[in-house]
Design a protein around this ligand. Structure first.
Ligand code: TEU
Ligand code: CA
Length: 554
């Protein structure tokens, strides 16, 4: 039996979150780049969907080497996105419409164009020198997420600085209390403006092992967990951050939980830890990483996928909270990777929506998933923008490797799959912009777009809307217990959610074929409450059929 911990209710546990990648959401000034004015234009759309919290990927000043995750001024708005008064207007409109806004804080690193780094690199005795990690020699064989060494030689002082991501993203030295106080001050600046919280980028990386132990370059996944993440002072920093920046405010913090495992997640989000409210993990979204890593994709099994969800729920139960994601700006589109983005794109998008919105945790919908946007297939690596791909492509060319296999892998796994412009209508550029957008619109915008979705009562959009409303009406789906059913099935994901008030059974057919199912409860005791088919199957699940059944009250 599950230990009964009294789970405290909280608005952020009951919230459905919607992630906006501002660069690709809506362009309002005709420069082909999404902006804050464009988001203001679409507040009504977000309201109609029924979401509670909007998470904006970084909107701060940035040279956009990593599209905003390289911040050059944390307290000012990126030129391309608008001005601080545009931001104030957006925040006002979001609050006016009964929603909340969280921003994306990037405390692990800054841009190399940030004032701190421009100072730091000037000389070895500059007051900002130890805002970053500088070493006279490379202390380890650490590699960057974006190819090459994580140590970059800077000619000015002939020393190496650390960057776990691009060389234009030098890692901040959190050992330095001045750095920590700068970040807490930035957080308070935005909280004082009325921002309702932060998604916090690569939070598990901010405490470094100062002996910089070598990693096994052949096992980057292990290096992430064992070396880059979960450093010795991490929880000291998180408690201090919570105490000094967050405690006075009614806000939420959502960590990007890279490198966190079920075994240690409660150290981050345990109700008694006073560190983070929640985090999202990477175990299912990296399920198809092969021996060669992300760009060596392999098949995955539904039993593995189900066990990941079960293990994480078991690790948390009523002792800590989690964000449920199936895709975001760093991963391919969920319908293309977990569903069927061809013949069963609509049914499988609705099935994935059902999973997202009936799990224990705060669901996070990534922009465009609510209309079933799919991966894009650029036919040349030169069409990709993502620094991760650009660097990897250069590395392949330098190594004299045939780029054809890389193109295939990037078409499946690349982050730009999720970054093509939001498809609003079937006008040029999908109604995203009046002029050529910064990244090519997916050609299927002519049939997959918001206007089509809003005009079709059977659309994916309205299924998301229905599920969001249903979840809100049934706290059992938020706080209730979880149990996997039919764990051995490689085609059906079945699970139970229950508490003292209600009991729900969720049946998801992750296949193109009819599938039988068996539940240890008399079907006569169950009533179908939500289905993704107008004419649901009977004793077999239709291809990509998703059913929510409720146990009839006695
Ligand atoms: O992502 C962290 C991270 O590790 C991802 O980059 C992901 O693992 C990688 O893309 C897999 O290909 C955060 C942000 O979400 C990401 O957009 C940034 O590029 C990164 O940090 C650096 O800030
Ligand atoms: Ca614009």
């Amino acid at each position: 039996m599950i230990n009964k911990f009294t789970m405290k209710a909280a608005w952020w546990k009951e919230s459905v979150i919607y992630q906006i990648y501002p660069r690709s959401f809506k362009d309002s000034n005709g420069d082909g780049i999404g902006d804050l004015g464009g988001i203001v234009q679409k507040i009504g759309y977000l309201k109609k969907l029924g979401i509670d919290v909007v998470w904006l990927s970084p909107i701060f000043k940035s040279p956009n080497d990593d599209n905003g995750y390289d911040v050059s001024d944390y307290c000012d708005i990126m030129e391309e996105f608008g001005t601080m008064s545009d931001f104030d207007r957006l925040l006002f409109e979001i609050h006016q419409n009964g929603m909340k806004l969280i921003l994306d804080l990037v405390p692990n690193h800054t841009s190399d164009e940030h004032r701190w780094f421009r100072e730091s690199r000037k000389s070895k005795d500059n007051p900002y020198r130890d805002y970053y990690y500088w070493r006279s020699e490379k202390p380890s064989n650490w590699t960057s997420f974006f190819s090459g060494s994580a140590w970059e030689l800077d000619e000015l002082t002939e020393e190496y600085y650390l960057h776990l991501f691009s060389k234009k993203q030098p890692d901040l030295n959190w050992e330095n209390p001045k750095v920590r106080q700068e970040i807490y001050q930035i957080m308070r600046f935005w909280f004082d403006k009325g921002v309702d919280g932060f998604r916090i980028d690569v939070l598990p990386f901010i405490s470094k092992r100062l002996d910089f132990p070598d990693i096994d370059p052949a096992n980057f996944a292990e290096a992430i967990v064992e070396v880059y993440a979960n450093g010795p002072r991490l929880h000291e920093y998180l408690r201090e951050m919570n105490q000094e920046a967050c405690a006075p405010y009614d806000i939420m913090t959502m960590g990007e939980g890279i490198g966190v495992k079920p075994e240690n997640v409660l150290e981050y989000v345990g109700e008694d830890r006073a560190e983070l409210n929640m985090l999202y993990h990477f175990d299912h979204v990296t399920i198809n990483y092969g021996p060669g890593g992300k760009y060596d994709p392999v098949d995955w099994k539904l039993t593995t996928f189900k066990k990941i969800f079960a293990d994480w729920d078991k690790a948390l139960q009523n002792r800590g909270w989690i964000t449920i994601v199936l895709d975001n700006h760093d991963f391919p589109r969920m319908v293309s990777r977990f569903g069927n983005d061809g013949e069963y794109r609509v049914a499988s998008s609705k099935l994935l929506a059902t999973l997202l919105l009936t799990m224990r945790g705060s669901p996070c919908i990534y922009q465009g998933s609510e209309i079933g946007m799919t991966n894009v297939k650029f036919d040349s690596l030169d069409a990709y923008d993502d620094v991760e791909v650009v660097n990897l492509y250069q590395e392949w060319l330098a190594a004299g490797k045939d780029p054809a296999p890389l193109l295939k892998a990037v078409q499946i796994q690349g982050r730009d799959n999720a970054r093509t412009p939001m498809q609003w209508n079937n006008k040029p550029y999908g109604g995203f912009s009046e002029s050529g957008p910064w990244l090519t619109v997916n050609p299927n915008f002519t049939s997959i777009n918001v206007d089509e979705a809003l005009a079709d009562p059977h659309s994916i959009f309205y299924h998301f809307q229905r599920l969001i409303a249903f979840r809100r009406r049934h706290p059992t789906l938020i706080y209730g217990d979880y149990e996997t059913l039919m764990p051995e099935s490689e085609h059906v994901y079945a699970y139970r959610r229950w508490d003292a008030d209600a009991e729900f059974y969720v049946l998801l057919n992750f296949s193109d074929d009819l599938q039988p199912f068996e539940l240890e409860v008399d079907p006569k005791e169950l009533e179908l409450v939500v289905s993704n088919y107008d004419l649901p199957g009977q004793d077999q699940l239709l291809p990509w059929e998703a059913r929510i059944l409720r146990k009839k009250a006695i």
